[in-house]
Design a protein around this ligand. Structure first.
Ligand code: PLI
Length: 467
Protein backbone atom coordinates (compact mmCIF):
# COMPACT_ATOMS: atom_id res chain seq x y z
CA UNK A 1 0.00 0.00 0.00
CA UNK A 2 2.77 2.42 1.01
CA UNK A 3 4.31 2.31 -2.42
CA UNK A 4 1.17 3.74 -3.91
CA UNK A 5 0.86 6.81 -1.66
CA UNK A 6 1.79 10.11 -3.35
CA UNK A 7 5.14 11.34 -1.89
CA UNK A 8 4.23 15.00 -2.42
CA UNK A 9 1.73 17.62 -1.32
CA UNK A 10 0.01 19.81 -3.89
CA UNK A 11 0.92 23.49 -3.69
CA UNK A 12 -0.36 24.80 -7.04
CA UNK A 13 -3.27 23.37 -8.98
CA UNK A 14 -4.31 23.60 -12.60
CA UNK A 15 -8.08 23.31 -12.86
CA UNK A 16 -9.48 20.92 -15.45
CA UNK A 17 -12.80 21.86 -16.96
CA UNK A 18 -14.66 18.65 -17.74
CA UNK A 19 -16.80 18.73 -20.85
CA UNK A 20 -19.46 16.02 -21.27
CA UNK A 21 -19.63 13.12 -23.74
CA UNK A 22 -21.73 15.06 -26.24
CA UNK A 23 -19.23 17.91 -26.41
CA UNK A 24 -16.43 15.34 -26.72
CA UNK A 25 -18.22 13.62 -29.58
CA UNK A 26 -18.42 16.98 -31.38
CA UNK A 27 -14.76 17.72 -30.65
CA UNK A 28 -13.50 14.40 -31.98
CA UNK A 29 -15.71 14.60 -35.10
CA UNK A 30 -14.32 18.10 -35.75
CA UNK A 31 -10.82 16.58 -35.33
CA UNK A 32 -11.47 13.92 -37.98
CA UNK A 33 -11.34 11.23 -35.25
CA UNK A 34 -7.65 11.99 -34.78
CA UNK A 35 -6.74 12.52 -31.10
CA UNK A 36 -3.70 14.65 -31.99
CA UNK A 37 -6.04 17.30 -33.38
CA UNK A 38 -8.05 17.85 -30.21
CA UNK A 39 -7.57 21.00 -28.20
CA UNK A 40 -5.95 19.98 -24.93
CA UNK A 41 -8.73 21.76 -23.05
CA UNK A 42 -11.18 19.23 -24.43
CA UNK A 43 -9.42 16.43 -22.52
CA UNK A 44 -10.00 15.35 -18.93
CA UNK A 45 -6.97 13.09 -18.36
CA UNK A 46 -4.23 13.39 -20.94
CA UNK A 47 -2.10 10.25 -21.26
CA UNK A 48 -0.80 11.02 -24.75
CA UNK A 49 2.76 11.18 -23.48
CA UNK A 50 4.93 11.34 -20.37
CA UNK A 51 7.32 13.61 -22.28
CA UNK A 52 7.52 17.25 -21.21
CA UNK A 53 4.34 16.84 -19.18
CA UNK A 54 5.87 16.51 -15.68
CA UNK A 55 5.01 18.75 -12.76
CA UNK A 56 8.13 20.53 -11.47
CA UNK A 57 8.83 20.74 -7.75
CA UNK A 58 8.99 23.88 -5.60
CA UNK A 59 12.77 23.38 -5.62
CA UNK A 60 12.86 23.42 -9.43
CA UNK A 61 10.64 26.50 -9.60
CA UNK A 62 12.93 28.19 -7.10
CA UNK A 63 15.80 27.30 -9.45
CA UNK A 64 13.94 28.98 -12.30
CA UNK A 65 14.23 32.26 -10.36
CA UNK A 66 17.98 31.70 -10.13
CA UNK A 67 18.39 31.72 -13.91
CA UNK A 68 21.50 33.47 -15.19
CA UNK A 69 20.69 34.56 -18.72
CA UNK A 70 24.20 35.54 -19.77
CA UNK A 71 24.89 34.59 -23.37
CA UNK A 72 28.10 32.75 -22.47
CA UNK A 73 29.39 31.16 -19.26
CA UNK A 74 26.17 31.47 -17.23
CA UNK A 75 26.37 29.89 -13.75
CA UNK A 76 23.47 27.49 -14.36
CA UNK A 77 25.46 25.76 -17.10
CA UNK A 78 28.25 24.97 -14.66
CA UNK A 79 25.78 23.56 -12.12
CA UNK A 80 24.14 21.53 -14.89
CA UNK A 81 27.48 20.28 -16.23
CA UNK A 82 28.72 19.29 -12.77
CA UNK A 83 25.43 17.45 -12.05
CA UNK A 84 25.46 15.54 -15.34
CA UNK A 85 29.12 14.72 -14.87
CA UNK A 86 28.54 13.40 -11.37
CA UNK A 87 25.47 11.29 -12.25
CA UNK A 88 26.28 10.10 -15.78
CA UNK A 89 30.07 10.22 -15.60
CA UNK A 90 30.80 11.67 -19.07
CA UNK A 91 33.11 14.68 -19.16
CA UNK A 92 31.74 16.43 -22.26
CA UNK A 93 28.25 17.78 -21.56
CA UNK A 94 26.49 19.41 -24.52
CA UNK A 95 23.09 20.93 -23.72
CA UNK A 96 20.31 21.04 -26.31
CA UNK A 97 16.60 21.71 -26.20
CA UNK A 98 15.31 18.14 -26.50
CA UNK A 99 16.34 14.55 -27.06
CA UNK A 100 15.95 14.44 -30.84
CA UNK A 101 18.42 17.31 -31.21
CA UNK A 102 21.02 15.29 -29.30
CA UNK A 103 20.29 12.43 -31.73
CA UNK A 104 20.49 14.75 -34.71
CA UNK A 105 23.85 16.20 -33.62
CA UNK A 106 25.27 12.75 -32.96
CA UNK A 107 24.08 11.02 -36.12
CA UNK A 108 24.87 13.96 -38.41
CA UNK A 109 28.41 13.50 -37.17
CA UNK A 110 28.81 9.71 -37.07
CA UNK A 111 26.19 8.17 -39.41
CA UNK A 112 26.46 7.85 -43.20
CA UNK A 113 25.13 5.65 -46.02
CA UNK A 114 26.33 2.05 -45.72
CA UNK A 115 26.69 2.23 -41.92
CA UNK A 116 24.57 0.34 -39.37
CA UNK A 117 23.41 1.40 -35.88
CA UNK A 118 22.22 -1.45 -33.64
CA UNK A 119 19.91 -0.72 -30.68
CA UNK A 120 17.70 -2.85 -28.40
CA UNK A 121 14.80 -0.87 -29.96
CA UNK A 122 15.17 2.50 -31.64
CA UNK A 123 12.65 5.11 -30.55
CA UNK A 124 10.96 6.70 -33.63
CA UNK A 125 13.03 9.90 -33.56
CA UNK A 126 16.27 7.95 -33.10
CA UNK A 127 15.45 5.74 -36.06
CA UNK A 128 14.48 8.78 -38.15
CA UNK A 129 17.76 10.56 -37.34
CA UNK A 130 19.80 7.46 -38.18
CA UNK A 131 17.93 6.95 -41.45
CA UNK A 132 17.95 10.63 -42.43
CA UNK A 133 21.74 10.38 -42.46
CA UNK A 134 21.60 7.34 -44.72
CA UNK A 135 22.51 4.68 -42.13
CA UNK A 136 20.47 1.61 -41.23
CA UNK A 137 18.78 1.36 -37.81
CA UNK A 138 18.68 -2.28 -36.63
CA UNK A 139 16.63 -3.43 -33.61
CA UNK A 140 18.04 -6.36 -31.63
CA UNK A 141 15.39 -6.89 -28.94
CA UNK A 142 15.71 -10.06 -26.84
CA UNK A 143 13.20 -12.90 -27.37
CA UNK A 144 11.36 -12.26 -24.05
CA UNK A 145 10.59 -8.73 -25.19
CA UNK A 146 8.68 -10.02 -28.20
CA UNK A 147 6.05 -11.93 -26.19
CA UNK A 148 3.32 -9.56 -24.88
CA UNK A 149 2.14 -12.01 -22.20
CA UNK A 150 5.43 -13.28 -20.82
CA UNK A 151 6.09 -11.91 -17.34
CA UNK A 152 9.86 -11.42 -17.14
CA UNK A 153 12.02 -8.92 -15.28
CA UNK A 154 14.03 -7.34 -18.10
CA UNK A 155 12.11 -7.53 -21.35
CA UNK A 156 13.95 -4.47 -22.71
CA UNK A 157 17.30 -6.29 -23.01
CA UNK A 158 19.36 -6.46 -26.16
CA UNK A 159 19.92 -9.89 -27.73
CA UNK A 160 23.70 -10.11 -27.22
CA UNK A 161 24.13 -13.08 -29.57
CA UNK A 162 22.38 -11.12 -32.30
CA UNK A 163 24.74 -8.20 -31.62
CA UNK A 164 27.81 -10.45 -31.95
CA UNK A 165 26.38 -11.89 -35.15
CA UNK A 166 25.64 -8.46 -36.62
CA UNK A 167 29.19 -7.29 -35.86
CA UNK A 168 30.59 -10.44 -37.50
CA UNK A 169 28.29 -10.05 -40.53
CA UNK A 170 28.72 -6.35 -41.32
CA UNK A 171 32.15 -5.74 -39.75
CA UNK A 172 33.25 -3.24 -37.10
CA UNK A 173 34.09 -0.62 -39.72
CA UNK A 174 30.43 -0.36 -40.65
CA UNK A 175 29.21 0.27 -37.08
CA UNK A 176 29.99 3.79 -35.82
CA UNK A 177 28.23 3.16 -32.47
CA UNK A 178 25.92 0.75 -30.64
CA UNK A 179 22.88 2.31 -28.90
CA UNK A 180 20.90 1.05 -25.91
CA UNK A 181 17.56 2.60 -24.99
CA UNK A 182 16.91 2.51 -21.23
CA UNK A 183 14.08 1.92 -20.50
CA UNK A 184 13.01 0.53 -23.85
CA UNK A 185 10.13 2.82 -24.86
CA UNK A 186 9.23 1.18 -28.17
CA UNK A 187 9.43 -2.20 -26.43
CA UNK A 188 6.75 -1.17 -23.89
CA UNK A 189 8.82 0.83 -21.38
CA UNK A 190 10.54 -2.39 -20.32
CA UNK A 191 13.81 -2.19 -18.39
CA UNK A 192 17.28 -3.38 -19.34
CA UNK A 193 19.27 -5.32 -16.72
CA UNK A 194 22.70 -4.34 -15.46
CA UNK A 195 23.97 -7.75 -16.62
CA UNK A 196 22.79 -6.99 -20.16
CA UNK A 197 24.30 -3.48 -20.13
CA UNK A 198 27.58 -4.94 -18.86
CA UNK A 199 27.56 -7.68 -21.51
CA UNK A 200 26.83 -5.24 -24.34
CA UNK A 201 29.54 -2.87 -23.03
CA UNK A 202 32.01 -5.75 -22.95
CA UNK A 203 31.21 -6.77 -26.55
CA UNK A 204 31.45 -3.16 -27.76
CA UNK A 205 34.79 -2.53 -26.11
CA UNK A 206 36.25 -5.84 -27.26
CA UNK A 207 35.52 -4.65 -30.81
CA UNK A 208 36.50 -1.03 -30.17
CA UNK A 209 32.91 0.23 -30.67
CA UNK A 210 31.44 3.09 -28.63
CA UNK A 211 28.28 2.30 -26.64
CA UNK A 212 25.86 5.24 -26.47
CA UNK A 213 22.76 5.15 -24.24
CA UNK A 214 19.42 6.71 -25.01
CA UNK A 215 18.99 7.70 -21.37
CA UNK A 216 15.51 9.29 -21.49
CA UNK A 217 14.15 7.05 -18.68
CA UNK A 218 17.42 6.14 -16.96
CA UNK A 219 16.15 6.55 -13.40
CA UNK A 220 13.13 4.32 -13.97
CA UNK A 221 15.50 1.73 -15.42
CA UNK A 222 17.72 1.97 -12.34
CA UNK A 223 14.70 1.52 -10.07
CA UNK A 224 13.81 -1.76 -11.81
CA UNK A 225 17.42 -2.94 -11.38
CA UNK A 226 17.22 -2.00 -7.69
CA UNK A 227 13.98 -3.96 -7.29
CA UNK A 228 14.55 -6.95 -9.55
CA UNK A 229 18.22 -7.72 -10.10
CA UNK A 230 20.09 -9.73 -7.45
CA UNK A 231 22.81 -7.75 -5.71
CA UNK A 232 21.34 -4.27 -6.12
CA UNK A 233 18.90 -3.92 -3.18
CA UNK A 234 21.53 -2.39 -0.94
CA UNK A 235 22.89 0.03 -3.53
CA UNK A 236 21.61 3.59 -3.83
CA UNK A 237 19.89 4.62 -7.07
CA UNK A 238 22.79 6.98 -7.76
CA UNK A 239 25.27 4.11 -7.43
CA UNK A 240 23.21 1.97 -9.80
CA UNK A 241 22.96 4.81 -12.34
CA UNK A 242 26.70 5.45 -12.12
CA UNK A 243 27.41 1.78 -12.72
CA UNK A 244 25.00 1.64 -15.70
CA UNK A 245 26.74 4.52 -17.46
CA UNK A 246 30.24 3.33 -16.51
CA UNK A 247 29.88 0.62 -19.21
CA UNK A 248 29.21 3.19 -21.96
CA UNK A 249 30.86 6.03 -23.80
CA UNK A 250 28.09 8.57 -23.89
CA UNK A 251 24.37 9.22 -23.95
CA UNK A 252 21.63 11.19 -25.62
CA UNK A 253 19.07 12.52 -23.16
CA UNK A 254 15.55 13.84 -23.42
CA UNK A 255 15.24 15.57 -20.03
CA UNK A 256 11.51 15.88 -20.77
CA UNK A 257 11.22 12.43 -19.20
CA UNK A 258 13.57 11.66 -16.29
CA UNK A 259 14.86 15.25 -16.08
CA UNK A 260 11.42 16.21 -14.70
CA UNK A 261 11.29 19.33 -16.89
CA UNK A 262 8.99 20.52 -19.64
CA UNK A 263 11.80 21.16 -22.12
CA UNK A 264 15.49 20.23 -22.24
CA UNK A 265 18.06 17.63 -23.17
CA UNK A 266 21.73 16.96 -23.67
CA UNK A 267 24.36 14.87 -25.37
CA UNK A 268 27.24 13.68 -23.18
CA UNK A 269 30.36 11.93 -24.45
CA UNK A 270 33.73 10.68 -23.30
CA UNK A 271 35.36 11.37 -26.69
CA UNK A 272 36.88 14.91 -26.63
CA UNK A 273 37.54 15.19 -30.36
CA UNK A 274 34.02 14.06 -31.33
CA UNK A 275 32.58 16.46 -28.74
CA UNK A 276 34.49 19.37 -30.21
CA UNK A 277 33.08 18.67 -33.68
CA UNK A 278 29.58 18.43 -32.23
CA UNK A 279 29.96 21.66 -30.22
CA UNK A 280 30.83 23.48 -33.45
CA UNK A 281 27.67 22.12 -35.01
CA UNK A 282 25.71 23.05 -31.87
CA UNK A 283 26.68 26.70 -32.28
CA UNK A 284 25.22 26.58 -35.77
CA UNK A 285 21.87 24.99 -34.89
CA UNK A 286 21.14 25.46 -31.16
CA UNK A 287 23.42 28.08 -29.67
CA UNK A 288 26.56 28.65 -27.66
CA UNK A 289 27.76 25.53 -25.79
CA UNK A 290 26.84 26.94 -22.37
CA UNK A 291 23.15 27.27 -23.22
CA UNK A 292 22.42 25.04 -26.26
CA UNK A 293 18.99 26.33 -27.20
CA UNK A 294 17.80 26.72 -23.62
CA UNK A 295 17.44 29.57 -21.14
CA UNK A 296 19.78 29.56 -18.13
CA UNK A 297 16.75 28.93 -15.91
CA UNK A 298 15.92 25.75 -17.89
CA UNK A 299 19.41 24.40 -17.22
CA UNK A 300 18.93 25.03 -13.51
CA UNK A 301 15.55 23.24 -13.46
CA UNK A 302 17.15 20.28 -15.25
CA UNK A 303 20.11 20.10 -12.87
CA UNK A 304 17.69 19.99 -9.93
CA UNK A 305 15.39 17.52 -11.70
CA UNK A 306 18.22 15.02 -12.23
CA UNK A 307 18.77 14.87 -8.46
CA UNK A 308 15.08 14.61 -7.56
CA UNK A 309 14.43 11.81 -10.02
CA UNK A 310 16.90 9.60 -8.09
CA UNK A 311 14.89 9.82 -4.84
CA UNK A 312 13.65 6.32 -3.87
CA UNK A 313 10.33 7.69 -2.56
CA UNK A 314 9.70 9.38 -5.87
CA UNK A 315 10.60 6.29 -7.93
CA UNK A 316 8.65 3.88 -5.72
CA UNK A 317 5.52 5.94 -6.27
CA UNK A 318 6.21 6.61 -9.94
CA UNK A 319 6.65 3.00 -10.96
CA UNK A 320 4.05 1.87 -8.37
CA UNK A 321 1.37 4.14 -9.82
CA UNK A 322 1.83 2.67 -13.29
CA UNK A 323 1.86 -0.86 -11.83
CA UNK A 324 -1.33 -0.21 -9.83
CA UNK A 325 -3.19 0.85 -12.97
CA UNK A 326 -1.94 -2.29 -14.73
CA UNK A 327 -3.01 -4.54 -11.83
CA UNK A 328 -6.56 -3.16 -11.81
CA UNK A 329 -6.89 -3.80 -15.54
CA UNK A 330 -5.43 -7.32 -15.46
CA UNK A 331 -7.70 -8.23 -12.54
CA UNK A 332 -10.71 -7.19 -14.63
CA UNK A 333 -9.57 -9.32 -17.57
CA UNK A 334 -8.30 -6.45 -19.77
CA UNK A 335 -5.34 -7.51 -21.90
CA UNK A 336 -2.23 -5.32 -21.51
CA UNK A 337 1.46 -5.70 -22.30
CA UNK A 338 2.84 -7.50 -19.29
CA UNK A 339 4.40 -6.76 -16.93
CA UNK A 340 3.73 -2.99 -16.87
CA UNK A 341 6.79 -0.93 -17.82
CA UNK A 342 8.05 2.20 -16.08
CA UNK A 343 6.08 4.99 -17.71
CA UNK A 344 3.01 3.60 -19.44
CA UNK A 345 0.36 0.93 -19.71
CA UNK A 346 -0.11 -0.48 -23.19
CA UNK A 347 -3.61 -1.83 -23.84
CA UNK A 348 -3.57 -4.80 -26.19
CA UNK A 349 -6.26 -3.55 -28.56
CA UNK A 350 -5.95 -6.60 -30.82
CA UNK A 351 -7.14 -8.79 -27.93
CA UNK A 352 -9.56 -6.17 -26.54
CA UNK A 353 -11.35 -5.96 -29.90
CA UNK A 354 -10.73 -9.30 -31.65
CA UNK A 355 -13.66 -8.66 -34.01
CA UNK A 356 -11.86 -5.65 -35.57
CA UNK A 357 -9.09 -6.64 -38.04
CA UNK A 358 -5.81 -4.66 -38.09
CA UNK A 359 -6.69 -2.80 -41.29
CA UNK A 360 -9.75 -1.41 -39.48
CA UNK A 361 -7.54 0.00 -36.71
CA UNK A 362 -8.75 -1.58 -33.44
CA UNK A 363 -6.32 0.58 -31.43
CA UNK A 364 -7.61 3.80 -32.90
CA UNK A 365 -11.21 2.70 -32.30
CA UNK A 366 -10.39 1.91 -28.68
CA UNK A 367 -8.54 5.20 -28.16
CA UNK A 368 -11.32 7.28 -29.73
CA UNK A 369 -14.05 5.48 -27.77
CA UNK A 370 -12.11 5.96 -24.53
CA UNK A 371 -11.92 9.67 -25.24
CA UNK A 372 -15.61 10.05 -26.10
CA UNK A 373 -16.82 7.98 -23.13
CA UNK A 374 -14.47 9.28 -20.46
CA UNK A 375 -12.33 12.18 -21.72
CA UNK A 376 -9.09 10.17 -21.53
CA UNK A 377 -6.52 10.57 -24.32
CA UNK A 378 -4.11 7.75 -25.12
CA UNK A 379 -2.33 7.07 -28.38
CA UNK A 380 -2.67 4.23 -30.88
CA UNK A 381 0.57 2.36 -31.55
CA UNK A 382 -0.41 -0.16 -34.18
CA UNK A 383 -1.43 -0.38 -37.80
CA UNK A 384 -2.75 3.21 -37.89
CA UNK A 385 0.67 4.49 -36.75
CA UNK A 386 2.98 2.01 -38.49
CA UNK A 387 0.84 0.69 -41.37
CA UNK A 388 0.41 2.40 -44.71
CA UNK A 389 1.80 1.28 -48.02
CA UNK A 390 5.11 -0.56 -48.10
CA UNK A 391 7.42 1.63 -50.23
CA UNK A 392 8.74 -1.48 -52.04
CA UNK A 393 5.57 -3.54 -52.65
CA UNK A 394 2.79 -0.95 -52.30
CA UNK A 395 0.93 -3.43 -50.01
CA UNK A 396 -0.70 -2.12 -46.82
CA UNK A 397 1.46 -3.13 -43.87
CA UNK A 398 0.18 -4.50 -40.55
CA UNK A 399 1.83 -3.73 -37.21
CA UNK A 400 3.17 -6.58 -35.05
CA UNK A 401 0.81 -5.61 -32.21
CA UNK A 402 -2.25 -3.36 -31.99
CA UNK A 403 -1.68 -1.23 -28.90
CA UNK A 404 -2.97 1.89 -27.16
CA UNK A 405 -0.34 3.55 -24.98
CA UNK A 406 -1.48 5.30 -21.83
CA UNK A 407 1.65 7.21 -20.76
CA UNK A 408 1.51 8.59 -17.25
CA UNK A 409 2.91 12.12 -16.74
CA UNK A 410 5.21 12.41 -13.71
CA UNK A 411 3.71 13.85 -10.48
CA UNK A 412 0.67 15.19 -12.34
CA UNK A 413 -2.26 12.87 -11.71
CA UNK A 414 -3.36 11.41 -8.38
CA UNK A 415 -4.23 7.80 -7.75
CA UNK A 416 -7.90 8.76 -7.87
CA UNK A 417 -7.37 9.94 -11.45
CA UNK A 418 -5.77 6.57 -12.18
CA UNK A 419 -8.70 4.71 -10.58
CA UNK A 420 -10.98 6.65 -12.87
CA UNK A 421 -8.85 5.64 -15.86
CA UNK A 422 -9.03 1.98 -14.81
CA UNK A 423 -12.81 2.08 -14.25
CA UNK A 424 -13.37 3.81 -17.61
CA UNK A 425 -11.39 1.16 -19.49
CA UNK A 426 -13.14 -1.65 -17.63
CA UNK A 427 -16.56 -0.13 -18.50
CA UNK A 428 -15.56 0.05 -22.16
CA UNK A 429 -14.27 -3.53 -21.98
CA UNK A 430 -17.70 -4.68 -20.80
CA UNK A 431 -19.31 -3.33 -23.96
CA UNK A 432 -16.41 -4.07 -26.30
CA UNK A 433 -18.59 -6.03 -28.74
CA UNK A 434 -20.37 -2.80 -29.70
CA UNK A 435 -17.17 -1.00 -30.80
CA UNK A 436 -16.68 -0.66 -34.54
CA UNK A 437 -13.68 -0.52 -36.84
CA UNK A 438 -12.45 2.63 -38.59
CA UNK A 439 -11.43 3.78 -42.01
CA UNK A 440 -8.97 6.46 -43.13
CA UNK A 441 -10.57 9.23 -45.21
CA UNK A 442 -7.46 11.33 -45.89
CA UNK A 443 -3.78 10.82 -45.10
CA UNK A 444 -0.44 12.49 -45.76
CA UNK A 445 2.45 10.50 -47.35
CA UNK A 446 4.48 10.21 -44.09
CA UNK A 447 3.75 9.93 -40.35
CA UNK A 448 0.05 9.69 -41.04
CA UNK A 449 -1.04 9.23 -37.44
CA UNK A 450 -0.39 12.91 -36.68
CA UNK A 451 -2.74 14.35 -39.26
CA UNK A 452 -4.87 11.72 -41.06
CA UNK A 453 -8.65 11.99 -40.77
CA UNK A 454 -10.81 8.92 -40.15
CA UNK A 455 -14.38 7.82 -39.60
CA UNK A 456 -16.08 4.85 -38.01
CA UNK A 457 -17.11 2.25 -40.57
CA UNK A 458 -20.67 2.90 -41.67
CA UNK A 459 -20.40 6.61 -40.85
CA UNK A 460 -18.13 7.74 -43.68
CA UNK A 461 -20.64 10.10 -45.29
CA UNK A 462 -21.61 11.76 -41.99
CA UNK A 463 -17.95 12.20 -41.04
CA UNK A 464 -17.15 13.81 -44.36
CA UNK A 465 -19.77 16.52 -43.83
CA UNK A 466 -18.72 17.09 -40.20
CA UNK A 467 -14.95 17.09 -40.73
O1 PLI B 1 10.88 14.26 -27.52
P1 PLI B 1 12.38 14.43 -27.44
O2 PLI B 1 12.96 14.95 -28.69
O3 PLI B 1 12.81 15.20 -26.23
O4 PLI B 1 13.01 12.96 -27.20
C1 PLI B 1 12.98 11.99 -28.17
C2 PLI B 1 13.01 10.63 -27.53
C3 PLI B 1 14.17 9.92 -27.54
N1 PLI B 1 14.24 8.69 -26.96
C4 PLI B 1 13.18 8.11 -26.34
C5 PLI B 1 13.34 6.77 -25.73
C6 PLI B 1 11.97 8.78 -26.31
O5 PLI B 1 10.94 8.20 -25.69
C7 PLI B 1 11.85 10.08 -26.92
C8 PLI B 1 10.62 10.79 -26.94
N2 PLI B 1 9.49 10.20 -26.55
C9 PLI B 1 8.25 10.68 -26.66
C10 PLI B 1 7.92 12.01 -27.22
C11 PLI B 1 7.18 9.81 -26.20
O6 PLI B 1 5.99 10.23 -26.24
O7 PLI B 1 7.47 8.68 -25.77
Amino acid sequence: MEKYVEPFKIKVVEPIKVIGPEARQKAIARSGYNLFKLHAEEIYIDLLTDSGTSAMSDNQWAGIMMGDESYAGGRNYFHFEETVHDIFGFQNVIPCHQGRVAENLLFQTIAAPGLVIPNNSHFDTTRANVEMNGAEAVDLLCAEGQDPHLVASFKGNMDVDALEKLIADVGVDKIPAVMMTITNNSGGGQPVSMANIRAVGEICHRHGLPLIFDAARFAENAWFIHQREPGYRDKSILEIVQEMFSYGDGCTMSAKKDGLVNMGGFLALRDDALSERIRNLLILVEGFPTYGGLAGRDLEAMARGFREVLEPDYLRFRVGQVEMLGEQLVEAGVSILEPPGGHAIYLNAGEFLPHIPPQEFPGQSLAVNLYVESGIRGVEIGTFMFGGADPKTGENRTARLELVRLAIPRRVYTNMHMNFVAQSIIALHEKRDTLRGMKILKQPPFLRHFSATLSFLGEEAASRTQA
